[in-house]
Design a protein around this ligand. Structure first.
Ligand code: ATP
Length: 242
């Protein structure tokens, strides 16, 4: 199911953070790139209903996000930049508690979690307190928690920032595999090497959408050799004009 973002603008007081954003996020891996202050977090906060829509509309597969409904949010998973785990509970307690909030019993949750925990190499850590885990494993737990209820939509805000290579690779590989199963994923990042040719790429700058296109198609049509060249040529013009 796709997400349709129509005519979304957002202001903090007089500061216009998003200008008339129109986007369609399709099933699969969508990458959101943009320099500091581009409006990525604002858009992320609107999509996750942390902020109320001021102008325009957002529809998830035909269901409006305004007002956000419980039914819709059962289909959404989110990995925030900052940890939202309880550090003094074990990995298993964090996960089963969250599963219970979704109406999933402990036994079913642990069964459903088995492949996720194996893919993210979390099985040996199930009975450890989150406080004992390194940042990479904490982020893996955040991801397991975000997907345990099998969401149709998954939003990740810079999920690999500050992680070592094994954790980064484990997280990217798992999320890419989910994208292949038809989940609609929005992956916000500053790390250009995380973009692959087949990804749907969105570039946001100064609150405006500069590009929304399959990466490979954009590289060809703009005759760029790399994502870095593409990104720089798009954002340079706007940054110079500000
Ligand atoms: N609470 C706020 N009050 C006023 N202006 C804000 C507020 N939050 C963000 N802004 C402004 O809105 C614009 C978009 O900010 P936003 O945080 O969405 O960008 P971003 O792309 O997520 O940036 P970064 O990569 O630095 O996190 C920026 O100009 C920012 O200064």
């Amino acid at each position: 199911m796709s997400i349709k973002i129509s005519d979304i603008s957002y202001k903090y007081g007089k500061k216009q953070a998003l200008h008339n954003v129109n986007l369609e996020l399709c099933q699969g891996f969508n990458v959101l790139l943009g320099p500091n202050g581009a409006g990525k977090s604002t858009l992320f906060s609107l999509l996750t209903a942390q902020f109320s829509i001021q102008n325009g509309s957002i529809c998830f597969g035909g269901s409006s996000l305004h007002p956000p409904s419980r039914e819709l949010f059962k289909k959404v998973g989110v990995v925030f930049q900052n940890t939202t785990l309880d550090l003094d509970l074990t990995v298993q307690q964090n996960l089963t508690y969250f599963a219970a909030l979704h109406g999933i019993g402990k036994h079913t949750a642990l069964e459903q979690l088995q492949p996720i925990l194996s893919a993210l190499s979390l099985m040996p850590h199930l009975n450890e307190k989150v406080r004992q885990l390194n940042q990479g494993h904490r982020r893996r737990v955040e991801l397991a928690r975000a997907v345990l209820h099998q969401p149709h939509y998954l939003f990740l805000d810079e999920p690999t920032v500050g992680l070592d290579v094994p954790s980064r690779e484990a997280i990217i590989a798992y999320v890419r595999q989910l994208a292949d199963t038809g989940v609609t994923i929005l992956w916000t990042t500053h790390l250009l090497d995380e973009v692959q040719a087949d990804d749907a790429l969105v570039v946001l700058c100064d609150g405006q959408v500069l590009l929304s296109e399959r990466c490979q198609v954009a590289l060809q049509s703009m005759q760029k050799q790399s994502v870095l060249d593409l990104y720089q040529s798009l954002t340079k013009k706007v940054v110079q004009a500000i």
